[in-house]
Design a protein around this ligand. Structure first.
Ligand SMILES: Cc1ncc(COP(=O)(O)O)c(C=O)c1O
Length: 431
């Protein structure tokens, strides 16, 4: 089908509330490795991976083969029947997860994983209130939107009671107008005030992303999580670590983002990169905490054997071709290239992130830090025209998110940096 027909049908038969990238949306046709092709045959280097999801590249032969083999056997079983792929996947995840997180509950999306985590925390603690973070993103259910700390993603005025939003560790735009490290990480200490002044003083959970994804790859200072998790435990809560974006080596060096911050979560959620694009998510916890959810639960699509086969293959490929060490190495290359661009282009206010999760905060003026979503839109068109796909985020829509498949090589990084350089040169001229 030609591009125009696809775009016309999209407009006619799908909700207008779908967020679509680019002035003229991009209709993709196929992909291979780090590249995707649109229906007109144009090739793009994919540095957003379908929102940090295509973790080992498009059409990876191992993932495709394992999924096909499973499709030929049985596509769907439901969580009512134990399946070999599902138990093997749970075993594998127990081996790579931090601490004593060794038991899984599989669902179909990040939203469901976060929902499941909050439900479990409430059941395990007997408390009801939850502390989340400003600028966080948890998904699109009523609960997940209520946990989310960005107005644009809280559509419908959804308000589940009992959720409080603490200050987030956003050093570039410190909510306390302080500077790290002289601030003493005051935003972390403030979580105690939030609990004491806005809750009953006993909380079920604190939920946070090790690096805020949709929020614009906001990266906390190293001490942040240690301080907060101690406070949370003191007030009876469990720490829910949302690894939906940061999991599976994305941040380099470790399998999970939280390991950079030297704390062990009580509950961990994961989705996106877990199965290279097959729908799958998981809520992991300790056997002790899982045992506190008395009563029975199901998930029709949770732990689908095809998704589980794809996930097992994805984890194997990550170990073989794109280990957390590999991500740290190519991520460092990407980071230093972006920092060089920052020296050249005043539009770049901040560069942050870890591994292959790097953000560029774009500002109209470095002194005032005025966000420039307009420049980001122009950069989107300029990179697309040169054959590079990137992502965006942030409260003000002014953060470029760069997150290629973890199988990215030094050559891919060099190609992307070159395109970004030319795109910034073009757009900077207009500012
Ligand atoms: C950190 C985080 N949690 C949860 C979600 C929700 O995941 P899903 O879109 O699969 O429901 C997202 C999605 O972007 C996310 O980034």
């Amino acid at each position: 089908m030609d591009k125009q027909t696809i775009l016309e049908k999209q407009k006619r038969y799908l909700w207008p509330s779908y967020l679509l990238y680019y002035t003229e949306p991009l209709a993709l046709d196929h992909g291979e490795g780090l590249y995707v092709w649109d229906v007109e045959g144009n090739r793009y280097l994919d540095f957003f991976g379908g929102i940090l999801t295509t973790s080992v590249g498009h059409k990876h032969p191992k993932v495709t083969q394992r999924a096909k083999e499973q499709i030929d056997k049985i596509i769907h079983t439901s969580t009512l029947y134990p399946h070999e792929n599902v138990v093997n996947l749970a075993e594998k995840l127990a081996q790579i997860a931090p601490g004593d997180l060794s038991t899984s509950f599989f669902t179909g999306s990040g939203t469901e994983a976060d929902e499941t985590a909050v439900m479990l925390a409430k059941a395990a603690t007997g408390y009801q209130e939850v502390v989340a973070l400003r600028h966080a993103y948890s998904g699109r259910s009523s609960l997940a939107m209520s946990l989310t700390g960005i107005s644009a993603w809280r559509i419908g005025g959804t308000q589940i009671p009992g959720i409080k939003h603490a200050l987030n560790p956003y050093c570039y735009r410190c909510p306390l107008k302080m500077t790290y490290p002289t601030c003493g990480v005051a935003c972390a200490e403030d979580v105690e005030e939030v609990i004491k002044t806005t809750t009953s003083g006993r909380i079920a959970a604190f939920i946070a992303e090790p690096i805020q994804g949709v929020g614009g790859f906001i990266t906390p200072p190293p001490e942040y999580f240690k301080i907060v998790v101690e406070i949370v435990h003191h007030y009876g809560g469990l720490f829910i670590d949302d690894e939906v974006q940061t999991g599976f080596g994305r941040t380099g060096t470790y399998w999970f983002g939280i390991e950079h911050w030297d704390v062990v979560p009580d509950i961990m959620t994961m989705a996106k990169g877990i199965a290279n694009g097959f729908p799958l998510s998981n809520t992991m916890t300790t056997p002790e905490i899982a045992g506190k959810l008395t009563g029975l639960t199901i998930s029709t699509f949770g732990g689908n054997p095809v998704s589980a086969a794809a996930s097992l293959a994805t984890l194997e490929v990550l170990e073989e071709e794109a280990s957390p060490e590999h991500v740290a190495q190519v991520g460092a290359l990407l980071r230093s290239g972006l920092e060089k661009l920052q020296e050249k282009y005043p539009l770049i206010g901040d560069v942050r992130g870890k591994g292959l999760m790097q953000g560029i905060e774009v500002v109209a003026d470095r002194a005032s830090k005025e966000p420039s979503p307009q420049a980001v839109n122009e950069l989107f068109e300029a990179t697309k025209a040169r054959g590079l796909l990137i992502g965006k985020g942030g409260m003000y829509g002014n953060v470029i998110r760069i997150a290629p498949p973890l199988t990215a090589t030094e050559d891919h990084i060099a190609e992307a940096l070159d395109i970004l350089d030319h795109a910034f040169a073009e757009v900077q001229e207009r500012y």
